[in-house]
Ligand binder design. Structure first.
Ligand code: ADP
Ligand code: MG
Length: 463
């Protein structure tokens, strides 16, 4: 019928606009490399902040003692205690607790957010005290993983540049987040020193390196997306401090804010951006990461409902609610293997209150999931290629290919299998067979928490 044809025309147009042929991905990768250079050259030189992490040495394996970590990333936050065994001892023991951030605290006051975190940490420490006793006279030390753009002023201080991923607490912006946390810890009576402030990408890089010496890049695909890598200190013109002995500096790219005219952006993406808490910012993140994929899908479904009566004469009301369709639900629909797409039917009914969808309609939903996820995954692969290019790891060297391991983490990467496979295939495709064999992506399970504890250890006041 005319309606069906109209819906298909909208889907087809969306698919075309989302296209990511290899040639386009290579342009995106080249643009990423160019922006990396610009961001390293001067402060504000690029949309890529290329933040200096003050981490100039990654874990060696010699770290020893009991350290805490706190990971505030977006949806969830985790506290953990890690006992490090020193040389060849590895991780002797680890305990963790997890909590979600109540949505109200994401746009409340800074004190309310940090008090909540400090309280959870206090409870954890109390529980832990039953098992592990802090030696008298020795202060507990904590690595704080804070996955938002921060201008670091040292390894244990840094001011929040801006919130992302749905957080918007005005009075934290411009503040030293370590001071904010420390004050809250004092208010709650928790004896603890924050010895390292790290981004989750830096934590993942550190945790990854501890597990595998070939790790030199870390990529997060969770609520948001970001990457970090090991740069030569001399290749950072904007760094005017003393050159570290290692000659290296870990860079937090904040690649979620990457933007390029080569990015395949659609009207849906523009509308999502305009209506977001941070318009004009985090464009790469808004087309690749977990917070947004389900929302893009919702927008396309709404359009075919409105303009082609795809779900009948009335537009389903639920479909008009922003962010009602979450990425985990989208991935469940996309990966539905049942012959009648039963999962799609159930999700459409439960989340959107659209009952009695036909198999034909469900197939269209799956097709849309595929378009949205494929674009995101392939662009993430292009981003990785851009980083490898900057590091000179995308071509064969004299001594044969240099092995590079990319530590990957985040709920999107971990749980959305089709997305992960698509990313891996795209990366191999872009690198070519010969180089691809020396580049490995590896899941670094909770590397960011362990990494933060490791960095707290290597920056301990007791060394
Ligand atoms: P954060 O990024 O907030 O630190 P995670 O790394 O755990 O936290 O990522 C959580 C995000 O991962 C969720 O917001 C969601 O977008 C995505 N995610 C979680 N589970 C799934 C899933 N089953 N399928 C697809 N995406 C998922
Ligand atoms: Mg995280």
């Amino acid at each position: 019928s005319g309606r069906w044809a109209r819906a298909m025309a909208i889907v087809k147009e969306f698919e075309e606009k989302c296209g990511t042929p290899d040639a386009k991905l290579k342009q995106v990768a080249d643009a990423m490399t160019v922006e990396m250079h610009a961001g390293l050259a001067s402060e504000g030189g690029s949309k890529l902040k290329m933040l200096i992490s003050f981490v100039d040495n990654l874990p060696t394996g010699d770290e020893k003692g009991v350290f805490y970590a706190l990971d505030l990333g977006g949806t969830n936050f985790r506290v953990l205690r890690v006992q490090l065994g020193g040389k060849e001892g590895g991780i002797v023991h680890q305990e963790f607790a997890e909590a979600s951030i109540p949505p109200a605290l994401m746009s409340g006051s800074s004190d309310a957010l940090f008090d909540y975190i400090a309280e959870k940490l206090a409870n954890f420490v109390d529980e832990e005290e039953k098992i592990f006793h802090q030696p008298p006279g020795r202060q507990r030390e904590l690595g704080f993983t804070f996955s938002f753009p921060v201008m670091q002023t040292s390894i244990d201080s840094g001011t929040l540049i801006r919130w992302t991923k749905g957080f918007s607490i005005d009075d934290t912006v411009g503040q030293d987040v370590v001071a904010e946390l420390t004050k809250a810890l004092q208010r709650k009576g928790v004896q603890m020193r924050v010895s390292a402030l790290v981004n989750d990408t830096i934590g993942t890089l550190a945790g990854g390196k501890y597990a595998n010496k070939d790790v030199d890049v870390a990529v997060i695909l969770g609520t948001g997306t970001n990457a970090a890598y090991v740069e030569r200190a001399q290749a950072i013109p904007k760094w005017h401090g003393p050159l570290p002995n290692s000659g290296k500096m870990v860079i937090n790219m904040e690649w979620g804010n990457f933007m390029s005219s080569h990015l395949p952006l659609t009207d849906y993406d523009h509308a999502l951006d305009v209506e977001s808490l941070n318009p004009g910012e985090q464009i790469f993140e808004k087309i690749t990461s977990g917070m947004y994929l389900g929302e893009i899908l919702r927008r396309v479904l709404l359009r075919i409902a409105e303009e082609a009566s795809f779900f009948g004469d009335d537009v389903p009301l639920k479909l008009k609610i922003p962010f009602v369709l979450r990425t985990p639900e989208m991935s469940a629909m996309h990966q539905d293997t049942s012959s009648d797409l039963r999962v799609v039917g159930v999700k459409m009914k439960d989340i959107l209150e659209i009952s009695n969808t036909s198999l034909k309609q469900r197939r269209v939903v799956v097709e849309l999931c595929n378009i949205v996820a494929t674009r995101g995954a392939r662009l993430a692969a292009a981003g990785i290629l851009g980083v490898l290019k900057k590091m000179g790891r995308d071509t064969l060297r004299d001594g044969g290919p240099e092995k590079t391991v990319i530590a990957m983490d985040g709920g999107l990467y971990e749980h959305y299998t089709k997305y992960r496979k698509c990313l891996e295939n795209a990366l191999s495709e872009l690198l070519g067979e010969e180089i691809a064999s020396s580049i490995v992506t590896e899941h670094s399970n909770d590397g960011s928490g362990i990494g933060a504890a490791l960095l707290a250890a290597s920056h301990s006041q007791y060394l």
